[in-house]
Design a protein. Structure first.
Length: 270
């Protein structure tokens, strides 16, 4: 992981699309700082397509797609994308799995939920679980006392023993049934909404993230960036970002935005 200041200006100048995680990437200590939101606006106004790629629930993503300066949002670690058209006042909702299958999967996740709560003391169901469509989110530090690394690993292991996919974020372990992830739905969103083939155009895309569930994105996009708190997961991420910021969370995201916008304006970022 090289400092964000090492991102070549030509690389930054050619960026047309920016994808970013939300928790501990756009947010800092659980809050969205004004500087990060302003950076989203500045990027959008500069003609750069912006989309959050998050583990957060459908209920949150509906609001984000409607109200944030973004082209859309991929939620629940790739379970769906939402994109709102302001002109037609219509929300486009595309899911990786059918309604019927999601209903069946939710029933299967109930037994996984019971097992995790019984076997991992201190783990809790995420407060945002009622607003989810496809996955089960287990809180290990957002609204509960932080669990140990071994406890977090055990939660992930239980999901996998039950045949589910499991990903660790900075606050939750998310589990679901299905072969999708952040990258597979991002590919679909980019094609459908942005008219972008990310397999051919990934050199013009920057992804910004912070935790192990961002590994598919870090590994795919050659100019991916991590905010500084990604360093706490060094050695626990299957793929690491090419660049890392000096600051944590939302302030780190601003560093990435500044680098891209400065290159477009022919300036050297501070």
């Amino acid at each position: 992981m090289r400092p964000i200041a090492d991102m070549p200006m030509e690389t930054a100048r050619n960026v047309t699309t920016l994808f970013a995680d939300i928790d501990d990437t756009l947010t800092t200590e659980g809050r969205l700082p004004s500087c990060a939101y302003a950076a989203l606006e500045r990027l959008s106004e500069a003609g750069i397509a912006v989309a959050p790629i998050t583990g957060r629930p459908a209920g949150w993503c509906d609001m984000i797609a409607r109200m944030w300066p973004v082209a859309g949002v991929v939620g629940e670690n790739g379970a769906f994308y939402f994109s709102y058209n302001n002109d037609s006042r219509r929300m486009r909702r595309v899911f990786a799995i059918t309604d019927d299958q999601r209903s069946l999967d939710r029933q299967k996740l109930l037994s996984v939920r019971a097992r995790i709560l019984a076997e991992v003391p201190g783990a809790a169901i995420s407060a945002d679980q009622p607003y989810r469509e496809a996955d089960l989110a287990i809180d290990f530090c957002e609204d509960v006392a932080p669990l140990t690394t071994s406890q977090v690993d055990r939660i992930k292991q239980i999901f996998e023993e039950e045949g589910a996919v499991a990903k660790v974020s900075s606050i939750h372990v998310n589990g679901w049934f299905g072969s999708y992830d952040k990258l597979t739905m991002t590919r679909r969103f980019a094609s459908d909404v942005l008219g972008l083939d990310i397999d051919c155009g990934k050199d013009r895309v920057v992804f910004v993230g912070d935790s192990p569930n961002d590994a598919p994105m870090f590994g795919f996009f050659p100019h991916a960036c991590g905010v500084a708190n990604v360093l706490q997961f060094r050695g626990r991420i299957e793929a690491e970002p090419a660049f890392v910021t000096l600051s944590r969370g939302g302030q780190g995201f601003v560093e990435v935005a500044d680098r891209i916008l400065a290159a477009r304006n022919g300036r050297v970022a501070a």
